[in-house]
Each structure stands twice: as structure tokens, then as C-alpha cells.
Ligand binder design. Structure first.
Ligand SMILES: [Zn+2]
Ligand SMILES: [Zn+2]
Length: 817
């Protein structure tokens, strides 16, 4: 019998929607469970298999929790601003607003067909003024606290997308995360959010959240804490000073030269006339190089001497000051003391330019390399001599502090978050630039600063908003003179840094979100989404959450208590992409097999965090499983009418078939719980398939036991195949829908223990028979049965038994001659 999904699935979705089964009462925080997936980017490609794989299994986990009595909140929304819609507009002339709304309308239908428990009252889209108004509000709060600021700085620029990128959006090979174009450096005045103020907490609180270790490690490395000292070097024959940060203050006696980043503000001031031309030429030559290129370890070192000298504060030696591209203004102070004896890059540089090398840590006897990075006694270091690295560090820092020329210092690799984008389809920055008053924040009561519809979004090198004079030209709120709005928009990661708060009440219009609900419902209990967001969205959201907490908007410290990354579904081993023309369209399969079969099949493919390779072949097997289940319930239509099952039965009162099935269903519940709790959907579904095979015995059971088995199976099934689960439950004769009145059956602990085992009987090492015996039977009793078995007797066939090997509960091996 074929499962008529085309009738049954829409029927249940309509039922759920009409009965508002998935509307969550957020005021009830008892047993609350906030289950979140990364909201969807409404691209023209609509819902792809990756979304399905993210959303479907997570919904099954949340359904399981709902059946277990949790008050589950499962929202969905649209991350609706961003580059792809704008690039599409440039290509086709279709306005980003129009294409985005059109895509959302189509995606919403697809999402509904998945049959997830979304609370549609919570739906939101970030491109709506009532949403992005609060991005602007957030900006102003950061601005008030000095955590949003503007500065001119070398920034990452994508020549193809014509926009600035945050460091997090530049891939490790120096290319744009969006389009793969090599990113260049450009000096621009841009807005930054001071995420660095939260560096220490962002780091230390990683220990308090249950996230994949790999993701936490990526954040740790990205934050990049290092402990060391700040030391001040005086410039010889000048009043200037150069501050450096070093993790190895113990090697100060080995600092034989200094290097400044070519962009360091002191370079012009200290360069002597004799060297000025060479310095300027060098600065020009590296202008368009990316940080990745500059710091590449394989690239030959370059640099020029400034003509100036610094004084090493520990020994008053004059040491030359160079500039070189491998020192960056974006790390530390933009200047280093070079200690070639203990640093590989410095050694390479010193060798090339013939600068002195002094070892200050004694390498082991057998060391024959260049720079020595390991531990050892200090040497050539006056009062530090003989001390090992840690002790030498302590002593020199004390010495520096006493003299007032240095101090303990912690440095972070993390940079402030650059949020200005020279693009159209984003949140306008709520700042007005006045020639008299400077930057003037828009008054909160005047928010939102609405994004105008009319703009020229074809890239012209300037921000598209510049082209709308009605938008750009504005009166200064302070002096009423002619002024201009900021023409940039915000990075869309601002939109996604707090959206989970807004879901709690997306219609609230006098606040970004409901403060009381935020206290009750954060942190989020389960967040599922792609691992590619490890140092972007997942770091930004933590920062904004902590900032909002500090403003008193929530009492939780972290946004996401638990995090899981789903794996990737590939097609014949390769990533699905438009360019490779190998995208699997979920609709093709949901149209053929229904949504439940497709969901089950995705979950059955492999471990959730690893994903799997798509194959059309396998789905037929899942389809058979679903059809057989449906058939089973049709056979027992209305079996539950008038029958009240007990919570448990005395297993010894049951007949042999009942016993087997009774044991099996309870073992399956236990196994299923363990697997689903840990997002192991594939093994959870395998246990249901095994159970289905065992139901061949169901005809031999009493009516009551039949119903006992079938009601439990239907409930288990309901979490992984929600439409069919409801249908089976109804076929059984149940009055209320599963999700209208959630139930869960706990396993009967007494039934979990096996009392019989199968023992393999081998003759001369070959399996010849299997016998069932009471658990822990001794050799004598097993032997009696073995020697009565017809198959065994056939193989012995009069030969002499020369040896017997018995492994309790497992094997009886006979060696015959
Ligand atoms: Zn790009
Ligand atoms: Zn003004």
C-alpha cells in the first residue's frame, strides 16, 4: 500500500496551522527550549538541500523535545539584506527589494511544505524598516558608549564587489569570502565597532559554552591572546619614542635592530634626508599588497633603513630602525624590536641585510639551526644570565617597570569590527556629517533612517546612496545647516548579531525586543548552522549579546548555550554549486516521495555533523520503510478503540512473541532517546527500521500488547516523520493529534534486560547452527542442547568430537575428526 503523502501531508499541515499547534506561549518559561537555526538568506536559488539538511533534522530533535514535554520555541526568518540581491540587481535591473520579497514569498511556501514546527507569528525579515530601525538604534547605543567610531585606516577592499570587507570576510588565501577575488588594501574612513573591548570575555567565556571544540579553537585563535610586555625605545637624537609589544621581553639584550610598519605614523618624522627617497619608494611599492602576502613566510624579506637609530633601553646600544612590510600596523603597535637570535623572520631579515645577531638563549649542544625558539638559560644578557625563559621574563618585566620604561601587557590579534559597506542593500548608518558640527548622530526618535528605493546601484566607485540627493542632503540636527547623511550601509552581520532576540516579539515597536522575554528565553538552548560562521556571525553575535547585557537588556552572558554544525551534503563527492551544475533540488524529491521520506532519507544518510554524499538510489529504501509502516497501521486500523494500555506489563506474563516485541519496543525507545539526544539521527532511524522488522510477530500478540507496541512506535516515528506519525496515531484510533497533546513513553526498565541469548555453534570453525539459551547458561546445559540439534548432528555425522571450546553467551565450538 502506497503512503498517499500528497493527501496526508497537506492535511496535517493545515491541521497544525489551524489549531496553532506550534504557537509558543513565551510567557511560560518552565521547561522552555529555544531551538534556533541560522535564518535563511532569501536567494533566487530558494531552498536548497543544505537548508533542508540544516532545518529538517533540527526540527526532528526539537519535536522529540516537545513530545517529552518541553515548551519549544522554533522560529524562522530571513536574513534579507546583502550583496547577492544587489549583484543580481546590477545584472538584471530588478530592484533588490522586489527580488528579495519575491524570493521570500516563494521560500515561505517551501519552508511550510517541510512541515517544521515554526511559530509563524515570530517570522521576521531584516530588510523591513521595523527591523533595521533597531540596527540603527544599536549603532547609536554603541556610539554613545564610544564603541562605534570612525577612523581612516588601511582596509580590505574587494575590487569586484566594490566594497570594504571585514578581516573575518577575507579568506586565508587573501581572497574575498563572497566572490573569491584577491582582496587589496585601501585607505578609507570607515566605521568600526569596538569588539576588542570584549576580547578577554569573548575568550574566557568559551569555556562556559557547549560548542564544537574546533569552533571554539577557531575563535580562540582569532582572538589570539598573547601575554608579554610593552617596552619603550627612545629614538636617538630625537624626542620621539617607539612603543613595541613583545611576548619575549627576556630577549631584550638580543634586540639588534627595530622594524616599523611602513605605514607607522613615526616613519616620516624619523627618516633622515639621505634615506627619504628610498623609504618613500618602498612605501609605494607595497601599497597594493594584502596582509597575507606581506606576512607570507615563504616570501623573501624586503625592507629599507630609515637612517634613524633607537636606543636599546637595557644596554643603551644604538640600534638601526628599518621599515619592512612584514610588520603590520594592525598588529601590536606596528613596530617591533628585532631579535634575530630567537625569531626566524628576524634572523632571515638580519642575514639578508647584514644586521648583527646575538643569541640570548643558549641552545642545546646539538642545536645547529638558526634562530632558537626553545627554552634554555639566558646568555649575553647581563643580570638575566643563567635564568630560564619564564624566570627571565618575570625579572626583566620587574626591571622595566621599576625604570618606568615598560610594563606587563596583554595583546590580542582581534581587530575592531569594520562595519561600513559601500553598498546599497543594507541598513543606512544613522549619522549626519555636518561641515560645522562634525559627525552628528540621528536622534533616536527620528529612526528609522529609511533606505530609499530610488538609487543607482550600478558600481561607480562611490556608495550607491550618494546618488539619491534627497536622501543624502539633510539639515544638521544640531545647527540646522546643510549637511549630508553617511552614504554607507552596515555590514549585514550587524543584522544577524541580535535577530534571535527579535523573534521573541517581532512586532514590538518601542524597543528592539522584549526585555523580560529575553531574560526568560536566552541563552538559546540549541543553535544549529554552518561551521563557516565560526569567526564571523558566531563571534559578532557573542559580542553584541554581551554589549546588550551590559546595557541591561538581558541577564544572560552568552547567546548560544549549545551549538551544532551540520555537515555538508555533496553530490558524487563534490560540493553542490550552480557553477558545477550539480545542485540537487529538494522539490524534485518531495514531489515524488513526500516531505517525510525526504527528511528521513537526509537524516539516514550519515552522521549529522559529517553530512554525506547524495544518492538517488538510497531514497527508495527509505520510501519502502515509510510505506511498510503505513501499511502496518492500516492493517490495525482503529485497533486502539476501547483499549486502555498499561504503562508496563509483567514480562513473565507474556507469551514468547509478545515478550520479544515488548522487549524490542522498550529497547528501541531507550536507544532512540540516546541517539536523538545526541543528534545521531541515522542510528535513531536504523533502530526504527529494526523495530519494524520485528513487528512481523505482532499477529501473535494480544490486542492490548498490539496497541501497546503500535502507540509507542507511532510516537517515536512522529519526531522523525511528523506527518506520517500523526496519521498513524490517528489510524490507531487516537482522539487527539500527537502535537496537539504531546506524549512520550518512557521505556520499561525491566524489559531492557535480555534473558535469552543466541549462541553460535561452530564445527571446525564454521558456523553451522544458532541456538537460543537462557542468559548465562553453563557449558553442560548448552552442550545438551547443541548435541540434540539436527543440523549439528548432520555435520558431526558420526565423527569423533576431539575438542570443545565454550565462550559464555556467545560460542560453542566443536572440533571433530
Ligand atoms: Zn568580492
Ligand atoms: Zn551642524
Amino acid at each position: 500500500m502506497r503512503y498517499p503523502f500528497a493527501e496526508i501531508e497537506p492535511k496535517w499541515r493545515k491541521f497544525w496551522e489551524e489549531k496553532e499547534v506550534y504557537r509558543t506561549d513565551l510567557n511560560k518559561a518552565d521547561k522552555k527550549l529555544y531551538s534556533l537555526v541560522m535564518f535563511i538568506y532569501p536567494s533566487g536559488a530558494r531552498l536548497h538541500i543544505g537548508h533542508w539538511y540544516n532545518y529538517g533534522p533540527n526540527d526532528s530533535w526539537a519535536r522529540y523535545k516537545k513530545l517529552k514535554g518541553f515548551n519549544v520555541f522554533e522560529p524562522i526568518g530571513y536574513d534579507a539584506f546583502g550583496l547577492p540581491a544587489e549583484n543580481y540587481a546590477i545584472k538584471t535591473g530588478i530592484h533588490p527589494y522586489d527580488s528579495t520579497i519575491q524570493n521570500i514569498n516563494e521560500i515561505r511556501i517551501q519552508l511550510k511544505n517541510m512541515g517544521c514546527m515554526y511559530d509563524w507569528d515570530a517570522e521576521l525579515m531584516t530588510c523591513a524598516p521595523e527591523y533595521y530601525k533597531w540596527n540603527q538604534w544599536l549603532f547609536l547605543q554603541l556610539y554613545k558608549k564610544g564603541l562605534a567610531y570612525r577612523k581612516n585606516a588601511p582596509v580590505n577592499w574587494c575590487p569586484k564587489d566594490h566594497t570594504v570587507l571585514a578581516n573575518e570576510q577575507v579568506q586565508s588565501d587573501g581572497t574575498c569570502e563572497r566572490c573569491g577575488t584577491l582582496v587589496i588594501q585601501k585607505n578609507l574612513t570607515q566605521w568600526f565597532f569596538k569588539i576588542t573591548d570584549y576580547a578577554e570575555e569573548l575568550l574566557s567565556y568559551l569555556d562556559k559554552i557547549n560548542w564544537p571544540e574546533k569552533t571554539k579553537l577557531m575563535q580562540r585563535n582569532w582572538i589570539g591572546k598573547s601575554v608579554g610586555a610593552e617596552v619603550v625605545f627612545k629614538v636617538d637624537e630625537s624626542n620621539e619614542e617607539i612603543k613595541i609589544f613583545t611576548t619575549r621581553p627576556d630577549t631584550l639584550f638580543g634586540a639588534t635592530y627595530m622594524v616599523l610598519a611602513p605605514e607607522h605614523t613615526l616613519v616620516d618624522a624619523i627618516t633622515t634626508n639621505e634615506f627619504r627617497a628610498a623609504v618613500n619608494q618602498y612605501k609605494d611599492s607595497i601599497k597594493s599588497m594584502s596582509e597575507i602576502d606581506r606576512t607570507s613566510t615563504v616570501k623573501e624579506k624586503t625592507g629599507v633603513f630609515t637612517g634613524a637609530y633607537a636606543i636599546n633601553p637595557v644596554n643603551n646600544k644604538k640600534i638601526p630602525i628599518w621599515i619592512a612590510d612584514y610588520v603590520l600596523t594592525t598588529y601590536g603597535t606596528g613596530a617591533i624590536m628585532a631579535v634575530p637570535g630567537q625569531d626566524e623572520r628576524d634572523w632571515e631579515f638580519a642575514e639578508k641585510f647584514n644586521l648583527p645577531i646575538v643569541r640570548t638563549v643558549k641552545p642545546p649542544e646539538d642545536f645547529n639551526g638558526k634562530a632558537y625558539l626553545g627554552d634554555g638559560p639566558a646568555t649575553n644578557s647581563d643580570f638575566l644570565d643563567g635564568l630560564y625563559v619564564d624566570d627571565a621574563k618575570k625579572k626583566i618585566i620587574n626591571w622595566l617597570e621599576e625604570k618606568g620604561i615598560g610594563k606587563n601587557k596583554i595583546n590580542y590579534r582581534l581587530r575592531d569590527w569594520l562595519i561600513s559597506r559601500q553598498r546599497y542593500w543594507g541598513t543606512p548608518i544613522p549619522i549626519i556629517h555636518c561641515p560645522k558640527c562634525g559627525e552628528v548622530p540621528v536622534d533616536e526618535k527620528d529612526l528609522p533612517v529609511e533606505l530609499p528605493y530610488e538609487v543607482g546601484f550600478r558600481p561607480s566607485g562611490e556608495s550607491p546612496l550618494e546618488s539619491n540627493k534627497d536622501f543624502i542632503n539633510v539639515k544638521c540636527p544640531k545647527c540646522n545647516g546643510e549637511a549630508k547623511r553617511d552614504a554607507d550601509t552596515m555590514d549585514t552581520f550587524v543584522d544577524s548579531s541580535w535577530y534571535y532576540f527579535r523573534y521573541l516579539n517581532p512586532r514590538i515597536n518601542n524597543a528592539p525586543f522584549d526585555r523580560q522575554l529575553a531574560d526568560k528565553w536566552t541563552p538559546i538552548d540549541m543553535y544549529v548552522g554552518g561551521a563557516e560562521h565560526a569567526v564571523m556571525h558566531l563571534l559578532y553575535a557573542r559580542f553584541i549579546h554581551k554589549f546588550l547585557r551590559d546595557l541591561g537588556w538581558t541577564n544572560s552572558d552568552e547567546p548560544f548555550a549549545n551549538l551544532i554544525h551540520q555537515g555538508t551534503i555533496t553530490n558524487q563527492g563534490t560540493k553542490m554549486s550552480k557553477s558545477k551544475n550539480n545542485i540537487v533540488n529538494p522539490d524534485d524529491f518531495t514531489n515524488e516521495y513526500g516531505s517525510d521520506v525526504f527528511r528521513l532519507y537526509l537524516m539516514f544518510m550519515g552522521p549529522y555533523d559529517l553530512g554525506g554524499d547524495w544518492s538517488e538510489k538510497g531514497i527508495a529504501g527509505t520510501d519502502r520503510f515509510v510505506n511498510r509502516t503505513y501499511e502496518l497501521y492500516n492493517k490495525f486500523k482503529n485497533a486502539g478503540n476501547g483499549i486502555q494500555t498499561k504503562n508496563s506489563y509483567d514480562i513473565n506474563s507474556l507469551n514468547e512473541d509478545e515478550k520479544k516485541l515488548y522487549r524490542k519496543i522498550n529497547q528501541t525507545i531507550k536507544k532512540f532517546e540516546e541517539e536523538i539526544d545526541n543528534f545521531r539521527f541515522n542510528t535513531a532511524i536504523a533502530s526504527l527500521m529494526e523495530l519494524l522488522n520485528e513487528t512481523k510477530r505482532i499477529e501473535e500478540c494480544s490486542k492490548e500488547i498490539q496497541v501497546y507496541i503500535l502507540e509507542r512506535f507511532a510516537i517515536l516515528f512522529s519526531s522523525v516523520a511528523p506527518h506520517l506519525g500523526e496519521e498513524c496515531w490517528q489510524l490507531l484510533g487516537k482522539e487527539h493529534s500527537v502535537y496537539e497533546k504531546p506524549v512520550w513513553y518512557n521505556p520499561d526498565a525491566f524489559a531492557l534486560i535480555e534473558d535469552k541469548v543466541n549462541i553460535a555453534v561452530q564445527i571446525n570453525g564454521k558456523l553451522r547452527a544458532t541456538i537460543e539459551m537462557p542468559i548465562d547458561s553453563d557449558q553442560e546445559s548448552v552442550k545438551t542442547i547443541v548435541l540434540k540439534d539436527e543440523k549439528v548432528l548432520k555435520y558431526i555425522n558420526g565423527s569423533k568430537v576431539v575438542k570443545e571450546i565454550f565462550v559464555k553467551n556467545k560460542i560453542y565450538n566443536l572440533v571433530v575428526k
